[in-house]
Design a protein around this ligand. Structure first.
Ligand SMILES: Nc1nc2c(ncn2[C@@H]2O[C@H](COP(=O)(O)OP(=O)(O)OP(=O)(O)O)[C@@H](O)[C@H]2O)c(=O)[nH]1
Ligand SMILES: [Mg+2]
Length: 421
C-alpha cells in the first residue's frame, strides 16, 4: 500500500480539532501517520503551540480490510489506537497476511510514539533555552537598572545637599542599610568631615556614630535588684531572649527567677517552664497586677526577676492598654521593648507609638541573623529616644545574646550586605 500520494498535513489548536478535520476530509478510516506538537508564529520563536497531524486517506481495499486496521477512538479524541471489531476476513487474506499486517501496525505505532516523544523533547528544549535566555536577560536588565538608579539617586543627593561625592556616597550607604534618609544626612553632616575621600569620611562617620549611639549596661552586669518586663509584637523572640538573659545572669552569679504573664497563647507557659527546668530556676505564673506582685514577692530571694508577657499586635490597642495597666501596678523596675531587626521605618514608628504607653526603658533587637540591613536599630534611637539593650543573632539559648555596644552597631551600619552581622 502506498500512502505517499494521499499524505496530508493538518494543524489545529488541539488534537481533537485536528482529528475532526482529518475525519471530515479523509473519512472516519483515515490513517494517522504522525502527530506532534509544533510552534507557530509568535515573536523570537516564542510561538503558539499547535498540533500537527500527518494522515492519509485509506486505500480502497481497506474498505474491506479496515476492520483490522487501527482506528482512532471517536469518543475522546485521544491518540489511542485499537482494533475495530472483527469482520469477516475474505478468503484471500491468509494467516500470514494478518500476521504481517499486525507487525506493520505495531511498527507504525512504535514509530508514532517515537515521533511524539521527539517532538515533545524538542519543544521542551526550545522552551528551556528561551526561558533561560529570558531570565538571564531579566537579571542583567535588573542589575543595570539598579546601578542606574543608584547613580541617579547619588546625583540628585549631591545636587540637593551640595555635599562632596565622598559624603554623598556614605549617606547612600547608610540609606541602603535602612537608615532613614534625613537621619543619614544629619549623621554624615554631623561627622564634620568634608574631605573628598570616602575612606576618611567613613572613618569620621564611624567615630561620630560611636559617640552618638546609646546603649545600656546589661542586666547581668548591673548591680542591685531588677524586675524586668519584656514586651513587644508577637513572635519577635521575647521568651527566647528572656531565657538567654536568665542564663547570662546565672553565669554572672546572679540569683534569677522568672514570671510569665502569658497565659494567652497555648503552650507559652510550658515554653518558659522548659527553660526554667533546664536551668534549675523558679518560674511563677501570674496574669493580674496583684498576681505579678505576689509572684515577685515569692521570688524575693532573687536579684534578677524576668517577666515574660504575651506578644501583642501593635494594632491591638485594647490588649496593649491591659498590658500597660498590669505592668504599671506590678513593681516592674524596667521594661524592654523587643523588636526584630528587619523592621522597616514605618512599622518601627507605629510599633513604638503603640507600645510606648506601657512605659519603655530600653529596646532589645532580635533576629539580626535573619536581616541584611540594620538601619532600624539606629533609626529607633531617634524614634524612641531609648538606649539599646541586647542584640540577638540566632535561636540558640544562651549563645546568641550579646549586650549592645556602640562599636558593634557602628559596624552593622557601615558594613554592607549584612556582613557586619
Ligand atoms: N533567627 C532567629 N530566631 C529567633 C531569635 N530569637 C528568637 N527566635 C525564634 O523566634 C521564634 C519565636 O520566639 P519566641 O521567643 O517564642 O517569641 P515571642 O516573642 O516570645 O513570641 P510570642 O510570645 O508568641 O509573642 C522562635 O522560633 C525562636 O527560636 C533570633 O535572634 N534569631
Ligand atoms: Mg513568648
Amino acid at each position: 500500500m502506498s500512502t505517499a500520494a494521499a499524505k496530508k498535513i493538518y494543524r489545529a489548536d488541539s488534537l481533537s480539532t485536528a482529528l475532526a478535520e482529518v475525519r471530515k476530509e479523509l473519512g472516519p478510516d483515515a490513517i494517522i501517520l504522525s502527530a506532534k506538537e509544533v510552534q507557530q508564529g509568535g515573536i523570537m520563536g516564542i510561538g503558539k503551540s499547535r498540533v500537527e497531524i500527518c494522515a492519509v486517506k485509506p486505500p480502497r481495499e481497506s474498505k474491506v480490510a479496515n476492520t483490522t486496521k487501527p482506528v482512532v477512538r471517536k469518543n475522546n479524541g485521544l491518540k489511542a489506537v485499537r482494533s475495530a471489531p472483527k469482520a469477516k476476513v475474505p478468503g484471500r487474506r491468509t494467516r500470514n497476511d494478518l500476521k504481517n499486517e499486525v507487525l506493520r501496525l505495531r511498527s507504525t505505532i512504535g514509530q508514532m510514539r517515537e515521533e511524539v516523544k521527539a517532538a515533545r523533547l524538542e519543544s521542551m528544549q526550545h522552551r528551556d533555552n528561551t526561558e533561560a535566555l529570558v531570565s538571564r536577560l531579566n537579571l542583567e536588565i535588573g542589575s543595570a537598572s539598579s546601578a542606574l538608579r543608584n547613580v541617579l539617586a547619588e546625583a540628585r543627593l549631591a545636587r540637593r545637599t551640595g555635599l562632596p561625592d565622598a559624603q554623598v556616597s556614605v549617606i547612600r550607604q547608610l540609606v541602603d542599610n535602612g537608615v532613614e534618609p534625613g537621619i543619614a544626612e544629619a549623621t554624615v553632616r554631623g561627622s564634620l568631615q568634608n574631605a573628598d575621600d570616602v575612606y576618611l569620611v567613613r572613618r569620621a562617620v564611624a567615630e561620630f556614630l560611636m559617640a552618638q549611639i546609646r546603649v545600656s549596661p546589661s542586666i547581668e552586669n548591673s548591680p542591685g535588684r531588677h524586675v524586668v518586663a519584656f514586651v513587644g509584637p508577637t513572635g519577635v523572640g521575647k521568651t527566647t531572649t528572656i531565657a538567654k538573659v536568665a542564663a547570662a545572669c546565672m553565669v554572672a552569679g546572679r540569683r534569677v527567677g522568672m514570671v510569665t504573664t502569658d497565659t494567652y497563647r497555648i503552650a507559652a507557659v510550658d515554653q518558659l517552664r522548659c527553660y526554667a527546668d533546664l536551668m534549675g530556676l523558679r518560674l511563677e505564673v501570674a496574669n493580674s497586677p496583684q498576681g505579678v506582685r505576689d509572684a515577685v514577692n515569692r521570688l524575693n530571694r532573687c536579684s534578677v526577676i524576668l517577666v515574660d508577657t504575651a506578644g501583642r499586635s501593635p494594632r491591638a490597642s485594647v490588649e496593649i492598654d491591659k498590658l500597660s495597666g498590669m505592668l504599671s501596678r506590678a513593681w516592674i523596675s524596667e521594661t524592654h521593648l523587643v523588636l526584630s531587626a528587619g523592621m522597616g521605618p514605618m512599622d518601627l514608628r507605629y510599633t513604638y507609638n503603640s507600645f510606648k504607653r506601657v512605659g519603655i526603658d530600653k529596646v532589645d533587637w532580635t533576629k539580626l541573623d535573619e536581616s541584611s540591613i540594620f538601619g532600624s536599630i539606629y533609626n529607633a534611637q531617634f524614634v524612641t529616644q531609648r538606649p539599646i539593650g541586647y542584640l540577638c543573632a540566632g535561636q540558640r539559648v544562651p549563645e546568641d545574646l550579646e549586650a549592645a555596644t556602640p562599636e558593634r552597631i557602628t559596624r552593622l551600619l557601615l558594613v554592607t550586605n549584612g556582613e557586619g552581622r
